[in-house]
Design a protein around this ligand. Structure first.
Ligand code: C2E
Ligand code: CA
Ligand code: CA
Length: 589
C-alpha cells in the first residue's frame, strides 16, 4: 500500500514545490501538501495539523530557511526537515545540518530526494518508538506494576510538594497509610496470582473512592497510601479512613471466590509529626503498626508507638552520615571451590559501626536504606570499596572474584550499569572479576527492567549469581532466562541438609537442575564437616560458610590466603584457624 506523505513546503515558488512533489510521486509516495512562505503561515500550518516532513527552500524573499528551521524546532514537533535549494553552498549546508536540519538536496539533483525522504521517515519513526519506550520506562518508574497506582517515588514527590505548599500557606497535610489485614495469609493460602488480583481490585476501589488530588498510591506490596493536601480540620483524615474502609466493605470476587477483607490505617500530620515526606511516611507506618497491634481501624502517630529498640528514624538519619563519617566497612567471606579447596572468591558483606549503638548488621539497615532511597549511594560505596580491594588482591597476585550484593532498587536502576562501568574503568578491575549477587524477590519486583539491566551488565562482562535460591516461588527454569552464571542455595536448606531429608532433596535437585542449565552451584551456610562431605558427594561446585571462615576484614583474609596457601580444604583436610573463627565479633575497629 502506498503511504500518504503529508508534506509542508516552505517555498516561495509554487513551480519548485510541484517539481519536488512530482519527484516524490514518481518515487511511489502519495503526496498531500501545503505551501507557506512566511513565518506566520508556517506557525499556523504547524499548529493546524501533523506533518510527516518539512521541505524548505533556503533563500526566500520573506523568510529564510534557517528561520524556518528554528520555527519548526521551537514548535516542539519532531518533524524531519530537509532543505531543497538551488542556492545553498557547501558551508551553508553544513551550518544547516548543525542547526538541526536532517538533510539537504540540490534542486538540480533531485535524484537524492526519494532515498533521503525514505531514510528520514524511517529515522523519525525510530525516534518516535524510542520516545514511546522511554515514556513507558518513565511510567514504570513512577507506578506500581500490580495496581497501576502511583508508587513510592511518585507519592513521596507529591507529598514533598504538598508539604512545601502547606508551609507556604501555613496549612496542615495528613498522610494515610493502609494495609490489608492478614494479607500474608491470603497470599499463602490463595497464591500470589490471586493475591495480586485482590491488590488490583483494592487499588481500583481506592481510585474510585478518592479524588486524584488525594494521590491514592501503592507504596509497596500491600501498602497503600493517600494524602490530604490542605486539611480543613483534623477529623478529615479519620473521616477519609472511614470512607475508604466503607468502600472496601463489600466482598471482593477473585475468580469466583468471594473474599471479605479488613484494613488498618496509620495517620501522620505535617507539621506535627515530621517535616519531610520520608519522616511522615515512616511515622504513618509506625502508627499503622500500632493500629494493627491494637486491632483498631486507624491510629494517629504518637511518639510512644515508636518503640522496638533504636528508633528507626534515628537510624535513617544516622545512616546518611555513616558513609561520610566512615562508619561503614566491609567484611569478606571466602568462597571455596569444592573440587580442589581453592579459595576462588570472596563475598563482600557490609557492616555499620554506629558511634552509639555499636555494630549493626545489614539485615537491620539495608531494608531502611531500601525504603529511603539511600540504597543507591550505599551500594555504590560498597562497589567502590570492594573493587579497590579486588585491585589490591590482584596486585598481591591473589586473583579472587569479588561478589557484591545488589538490592531490589539497584537492580532496576537504569543508571547502575554505567556507574559500575565507571568504577571498573577507574579501578582497572576486569569485569569478570566482579560477581553481582541478586535475589529472585528483587527480580520479581520488575522482571523486565531487571532483565534489561542484567543483560546490559552481562554484556559488559560481569558475572551474576542468584542469591538465596530456593526461598522464592519461581522455578529455576524461569530464572534461567536471565544470563546467570551461578546460583547460591540458601543457607536455610544447607544448614539442615544432614538432618532433614526434605532439605537434602532440595539441595540435591537444585545442584542437578543447576548443572543441567549450565550454571555453577554454590552452597552457603556450610557450618560443619558432614555438610561439606555431602555437598562434595552431590557434586556441588563451591561453598561458603562458617566451617571455612566467617566474614573477615580484608587484611585478615589476606593472612588466611597466605597461611593456607590459598586452599581451605583438599577434600579430606580443612585448615581452620580458631583465631579467625572468632574474628567477626572483634572487627569493629
Ligand atoms: P546473604 O547475601 O545471604 O549473605 C550471607 C549471610 O550469611 C551473611 O550474613 C553471612 O555472614 C551469613 N553466613 C555466612 N556463612 C554462614 C554460616 O555458615 N552460617 C550462618 N548461620 N550464617 C552464615 P550478613 O553478613 O549478616 O548479611 C545478611 C544479608 O544482608 C546478606 O545475606 C545480604 O542479603 C545483605 N547484605 C550484606 N551486605 C550487603 C550489601 O553490601 N548490599 C546489600 N544490598 N545487601 C547486603
Ligand atoms: Ca549474598
Ligand atoms: Ca544468601
Amino acid at each position: 500500500m502506498r503511504k500518504t506523505l503529508r508534506l509542508l513546503f516552505v517555498e516561495d515558488a509554487e513551480d519548485d514545490a510541484l517539481l519536488v512533489v512530482r519527484q516524490l510521486r514518481r518515487g511511489h509516495f502519495d503526496v498531500e501538501f501545503q505551501r507557506v512562505d512566511t513565518a506566520d503561515a508556517l506557525t499556523g500550518a504547524l499548529d493546524q495539523q501533523t506533518w510527516d516532513m518539512v521541505i524548505s527552500d533556503h533563500s526566500m524573499p520573506r523568510l529564510n530557511g534557517t528561520e524556518a528551521l528554528e520555527i519548526v524546532k521551537k514548535s516542539g514537533h519532531d518533524i524531519p526537515f530537509i532543505f531543497v535549494s538551488g542556492t545553498i553552498g557547501e558551508d551553508t549546508a553544513v551550518a544547516a545540518m548543525k542547526a538541526g536540519a536532517h538533510d539537504y538536496v540540490m534542486k538540480g539533483n533531485l535524484k537524492r530526494l526519494v532515498p533521503a525522504v525514505e531514510r528520514e521517515l524511517r529515522e523519525a519513526e525510530n525516534r518516535r518508538q524510542r520516545k514511546q519506550s522511554d515514556e513507558g520506562l518513565r511510567y514504570l518508574a513512577y507506578h506500581d506494576v500490580v495496581t497501576a497506582l502511583p508508587n513510592y517515588t511518585f507519592f513521596s514527590e507529591r507529598l514533598e510538594q504538598a508539604i512545601l505548599a502547606a508551609q507556604h500557606d501555613q496549612n496542615q497535610v495528613a498522610l494515610l497509610i493502609m494495609k490489608v489485614n492478614g494479607f500474608k495469609e491470603i497470599n499463602e493460602m490463595l497464591g500470589q496470582r490471586m493475591a495480586e488480583i485482590l491488590l488490583k481490585q483494592v487499588g481500583q476501589r481506592l481510585r474510585e473512592e478518592l479524588d486524584t488530588a488525594y494521590t491514592p498510591a501503592c507504596l509497596q506490596g500491600n501498602e497503600f497510601a493517600a494524602l490530604l493536601p490542605s486539611l480543613r480540620d483534623v477529623d478529615e483524615a479519620s473521616q477519609a479512613a472511614r470512607a475508604i474502609l466503607k468502600c472496601l466493605e463489600s466482598p471482593f470476587i477473585l475468580e469466583g471466590l468471594k473474599l471479605g477483607i479488613q484494613a488498618n490505617f496509620g495517620i501522620a500530620y505535617f507539621p506535627q509529626h515530621g517535616k519531610s515526606a520520608e519522616f511522615l511516611i515512616q511515622r504513618a507506618r509506625v502508627a499503622l503498626s500500632a493500629a494493627q497491634k491494637d486491632h483498631r481501624d486507624y491510629a494517629v502517630y504518637s511518639p510512644e508507638q515508636a518503640q522496638g529498640g533504636v528508633d528507626q528514624l534515628t537510624l535513617i538519619h544516622d545512616l546518611r552520615r555513616a558513609i561520610i563519617e566512615s562508619q561503614l566497612f566491609l567484611l569478606y567471606q571466602p568462597k571455596v571451590d569444592l573440587r580442589g579447596g581453592r579459595i576462588v572468591g570472596a563475598e563482600a558483606l557490609l557492616r555499620w559501626k554506629h558511634s552509639e549503638f555499636g555494630l549493626i548488621t545489614p539485615d537491620r539497615f539495608i531494608p531502611l536504606a531500601e525504603r529511603t532511597g539511600l540504597i543507591m549511594p550505599l551500594t555504590l560505596w560498597v562497589l567502590h570499596e570492594a573493587l579497590h580491594q579486588c585491585k589490591v588482591w590482584n596486585a598481591e597476585n591473589r586473583h579472587l572474584t569479588t561478589a557484591v550484593n545488589l538490592s531490589t532498587w539497584n537492580l532496576i536502576a537504569a543508571e547502575l550499569p554505567d556507574q559500575i562501568g565507571g568504577l571498573l574503568d577507574s579501578t582497572k578491575v576486569t569485569p569478570s572479576e566482579l560477581t553481582l549477587e541478586i535475589t529472585e524477590s528483587a527480580i520479581m519486583v520488575n522482571p523486565d527492567l531487571a532483565l534489561r539491566n542484567v543483560s546490559r551488565m552481562k554484556n559488559m562482562g560481569l558475572r551474576f549469581s542468584i542469591d538465596d535460591f530456593g526461598t522464592g516461588y519461581s522455578s529455576l527454569a524461569y530464572l534461567s532466562r536471565f544470563p546467570i552464571d551461578e546460583i547460591k542455595i540458601d543457607k536455610s536448606f544447607v544448614m539442615n541438609m544432614t538432618t532433614k531429608r526434605e532439605d537434602a532433596v532440595i539441595v540435591r535437585s537444585t545442584i542437578d537442575l543447576g548443572h543441567n542449565l549450565g550454571v555453577k552451584v554454590v552452597a552457603e551456610g556450610v557450618e560443619d564437616r558432614k555438610t561439606l562431605d555431602l555437598l562434595v558427594e552431590l557434586g556441588c561446585d563451591a561453598a561458603q560458610g562458617y566451617y571455612f571462615s566467617r566474614p573477615l576484614p580484608a587484611q585478615e583474609l589476606l593472612v588466611l590466603l597466605t597461611e593456607s596457601g590459598g586452599f581451605l580444604t583438599d577434600g579430606t583436610r580443612t585448615i581452620l584457624s580458631p583465631k579467625i573463627d572468632d574474628l567477626e565479633e572483634i572487627t569493629c575497629t
